[in-house]
Write a protein that binds this ligand. Structure first.
Ligand code: PLP
Length: 550
């Protein structure tokens, strides 16, 4: 933030070698140590209360006003502040304007509370500062990473003991990789898919080496496409751009009434492409296990059958829903995932890890050979260097956090969290359906649902009205939901998010819906009822005389 012009003049700080080298060893003095202990003690042993006390999601000050305070472009030549002052600023000045994603009333996004031990683990990982790009900067951590990869691979693919014995620590094969987030995990999967499809053959050295133009020439095609439901995450479009296949070639397939990919539409699209005489190649079909907006799970088994029948690469984006596999009760919702060529799972979503941890897993342990890179000083052939098959270079040891978390929680612990989310979402759906002024828009398949405020008088008028009137009413209901969501967020007690969907009730027209993601174990039906009550109250106050006939 900009300096406070009324503050007392402080002792001028000067960068000097002695102080500087001390920062590599220990706090500069007892005052710094006391400040660190004061806050770190709260963070390490009282995270829940610390967040409640220091982090707010109120908008008492607008984002614009905040932005106006951060306009410095000069790095000061000498130190501006001592460590103790910076820490105090972070906690007393900055944190109040951050978002308390740990609040059980914060149910709008896939970011939520994390178990307090995750902060300890993250601190230890930062302290060790291992770089998993190569064995020389990580040693045991690289082999632990391979073990964790095998554990999650087994959760997905359920291969035999012999399979895991062969691959778990193999320097030749890999079961998957850690990467920064789900976006890059999806990109990695499609990178592998692209290179597998446009592999070396007959004097052509492969798309990775020769580029797309040469690859299309060698394979006699004009373009590649990826087929995914229109609920696909936009990271897939980014991948289309980065991989050179063009984001317009990430083709959005219609969804059915449950927001799952429409298999008839998919089949028709495949047939149409096949009828084009081989000029278009289908690079991959992507199934989604937990769509971002509605939490829907595509029919993975059926998608796998279609992929097998047509010899198409099958990727499953389970960034959100993947950990559902740990629940005996609900893993069946993801049936067929074990047939995927690759699977994305995010650790910072339903594995409750700190930001950020993406992962991608491959059924075939040699398929990542298609994206192998070596350098003379690192990632040497035959070494365990994890950078050999990874889009990332330097990378933190997230695997240590996940390995420890799996030990602390057990799959049953994670299952309890998943089950709480799914069952609370179902309870919430039933509550919404009981209320005359609300409408459940998408029923939860996992733990995400959408709904909207839809005052009962407007519902009736909509049903009786002609199309013009229905459009007018729909627009008003959209405005109501847009405004109520904004006002509730600004009031700072609760947060649900907002998106736009089209449904069978009013096909071809956008409806604004409120989106609720239930992953915080402290979120319960009473809290969700409070959220609905508040929304109804905001509506009554903000739209006292809403009449669609005016
Ligand atoms: C289904 C799905 N895939 C991929 C992503 C991208 O993940 P990230 O934000 O970690 O890049 C998301 C994020 O919300 C998602 O919901």
């Amino acid at each position: 933030m900009k300096k406070d012009s009324n503050a007392l003049p402080k002792k001028v700080l000067v960068a000097d070698w002695q102080t500087l080298t001390r920062t590599f060893i220990r706090p500069e003095n007892d005052a710094a140590r006391a400040t660190l202990i004061k806050y770190m003690e709260q963070i390490l042993f009282g995270l829940h209360d610390f967040l409640k006390k220091h982090v707010g999601f109120t908008e008492e000050i607008s984002l614009k006003d905040l932005a106006d305070k951060f306009t410095d472009t000069l790095i000061s030549e000498n130190p501006e502040k001592k460590l103790a002052d910076v820490i105090t600023d972070l906690i007393e000045v900055i944190a109040p304007h951050a978002v308390n994603v740990a609040s059980p009333y914060f149910v709008g996004h896939m970011t939520s509370a994390i178990p307090f031990f995750m902060v300890h683990l993250k601190t230890i990982v930062a302290a060790l500062n291992q770089n998993v790009v190569k064995i020389e900067t990580s040693k045991v951590v690289s082999v632990i990473e391979k073990q964790v990869l095998a554990k999650i691979h087994r959760l997905i693919y359920q291969k035999s003991d012999a399979f895991y014995q062969e691959h778990i620590q193999s320097t030749q094969t890999t079961l998957g990789c850690f990467i920064e987030n789900g976006t890059l995990a999806n990109l990695t999967a499609l990178w592998v898919a692209r290179n597998s499809l446009l592999a070396p053959k007959n004097g052509f050295e492969g798309v990775e080496k020769e580029g797309l133009q040469a690859a299309y020439r060698a394979y006699g095609i004009k373009r590649c496409v990826v087929l995914v439901s229109k609920r696909g995450h936009y990271s897939l479009n980014k991948a289309g751009g980065i991989l050179g296949i063009g984001n317009q070639n990430i083709i959005a397939i219609d969804v059915d009434k449950d927001n799952k990919i429409d298999l008839d539409c998919l089949q028709k699209t495949i047939s149409k492409i096949n009828d084009q005489g081989g000029k278009t190649a289908i690079l991959a079909i992507v199934g989604i296990a937990g769509t971002t907006e509605t939490g829907s799970v595509d029919p993975l088994f059926k998608l796998a059958e279609i992929c097998t029948a047509n010899n198409i690469y099958f990727h499953v984006d389970a960034a959100w829903g993947g950990p559902t596999l740990m629940s005996e009760k609900y893993s069946r919702l993801l049936a067929g995932i074990e047939l995927a060529d690759s699977v994305t799972i995010d650790g910072h979503k339903q594995l409750y890890m700190p930001m950020t941890c993406g992962m991608v897993y491959f059924k075939n342990p040699t398929i990542m050979d298609a994206v192998t890179y070596h350098a003379p000083y690192i990632s040497r052939p035959g070494s365990v260097d994890l950078g050999i098959k990874s889009l990332s270079g330097s990378r933190e040891a997230n695997s240590l956090i996940l390995d420890s978390a799996l030990k602390i929680m057990g799959s049953r612990g994670y299952a309890l969290l998943i089950e709480h989310g799914i069952e609370t979402a179902r309870e919430f759906a039933a509550e919404i359906e009981k209320r005359a002024n609300f409408q459940l828009v998408t029923r939860p398949q996992l733990n995400i649902l959408t709904y909207r405020l839809y005052p009962s008088d407007l519902k009736e008028k909509f049903l009786k009205g002609d199309i013009e009137r229905q459009i007018t009413i729909n627009e008003k209901v959209n405005t109501v939901n847009h405004e109520v969501q904004r006002l509730q967020r600004e009031a700072g007690q609760s947060f649900v998010s907002r998106t736009t969907l089209q449904t069978e009730d009013f096909p071809g027209h956008d409806i604004v819906v409120l989106r609720c993601v239930i992953m915080n174990p402290m979120t319960n039906i009473e809290i969700l009822r409070d959220i609905l009550d508040e929304q109804e109250e905001i509506y009554q106050q903000a739209f006292p005389r809403l009449d669609p006939s005016t």
